[in-house]
Design a protein around this ligand. Sequence first.
Ligand code: SF4
Ligand code: SF4
Length: 472
Amino acid sequence: MYDLKSCVATEFINDAEIRETLAFADEHRNDRGMISAILDKARTCAGLTHREAILLLDCTDPELNERIYAEAMEIKQRFYGNRIVMFAPLYLSNYCVNGCTYCPYHMKNTHIARKKLTQEEIRAEVIALQDMGHKRLALETGEHPTMCPLDYVLESIDTIYSIHHKNGAIRRVNVNIAATTVENYTRLKNAGIGTYILFQETYNKKIYEEKHPTGPKSNYAYHTEAMDRAMEGGIDDVGCGVLFGLAPYRYDFVGLLMHAEHLEAAKGVGPHTISVPRIRRADDIDPLMFSEAIDDDTFAKIVAVLRLAVPYTGLIISTRESVKARERVLKLGVSQISGASRTSVGGYVSPEPEDENSSQFDVVDNRTLDEVVNWLMRLGHVPSFCTACYREGRTGDRFMSLVKSGQIVNCCQPNALMTLKEYLEDYASPETREIGEALIEKELQRIPNEKVRLIAAEHLFELHEGKRDFRF
Ligand code: SF4
Ligand code: SF4
């Protein structure tokens, strides 16, 4: 039985409810009256239920689709303006005991290079990331009880936060590690992590079990209930996602929204972020073997409808996507992107020799961070290296209430400009700096609160004089 408040995986992600929802969408996908009413609701930023959202996703009427895209762009502007938060992944270890059929780190892969960074190697990686200008990381590891225990992850987080090279600092460490116990989530929380990220991969239990034939991750319920345990352990901000390409995308789209609805109903706060990765080529993984892979149009529609369905949730895309695909979805709702990513273990310090590949997937967007920042600004976006909320204790429901009241813009906009200014002063090429300085001057006027605007202007001047790390 479907019960969104239940903490049992098959009750809050209920197969019968998903199938009924999909049948409902089959029947009403181009019902103009219904879709117009849903779009009117979306405009109030009330969010959408999974039933409402799938109708929009399935709609094939070109005129209605134009309206869907226009509303998504409008909501993106209203909440996120033209700001895009930047981050980079940091792979600590690729030892893994699981058998995931879409990931080259699966245990049976004997030819991929297996690596685990020492604390000294982590130092070197972090310095390389700081020297690019990154301030926000997502830690990535495989699941391995002896090669990559939680103690190692916690020690690594301490190491990362302790490194201050020149003006560099990693100010927020998000963590993407395997589902674990409430006690371990509390330990992660106490280590000062930002968001705990765990992709569901697919919500379809049968397909999940096929794609995860062995290892602890093969337990659908334990994996699906992980966010409940994380929140029980005290983690306020969780990041969900599916890997599009494993199962029919409509099923996973509905499941993803049901998961968000469940967390909101049962824990009082929905996911902080949602990621939308698509299956990519990797060491022994051929994406052509995955018949459910989605095209760029479907991908863009998913982003647009998610923007309407969960207006307060950050949407993330990675360098798995091409420059063209990234450019398209930035307007429609994406609020965070990675830049200059290396998906190998130790890849920031030196590129790996060809016979020593440890990458989780092939990066499609290979540009440097300076090139990505330059590109974003030329498109009219403001790259932001902001990490302020978590450092100011604005997490979970405290964060959400600030976002829902619309007050967050008085923090996001000045913080984006001040962290961009730091980037320009410390790391940018002359051309990027020139574009950025003009952009900051223009964007400063968009801070709605006059007092905040004046303080931000003062801090921008102080940043130029050499001071660092201001935030609202
Ligand atoms: S997806 Fe994660 S758990 Fe699965 S094989 Fe890759 S690293 Fe291991
Ligand atoms: S102020 Fe908070 S919500 Fe806004 S960009 Fe910074 S960390 Fe994100």
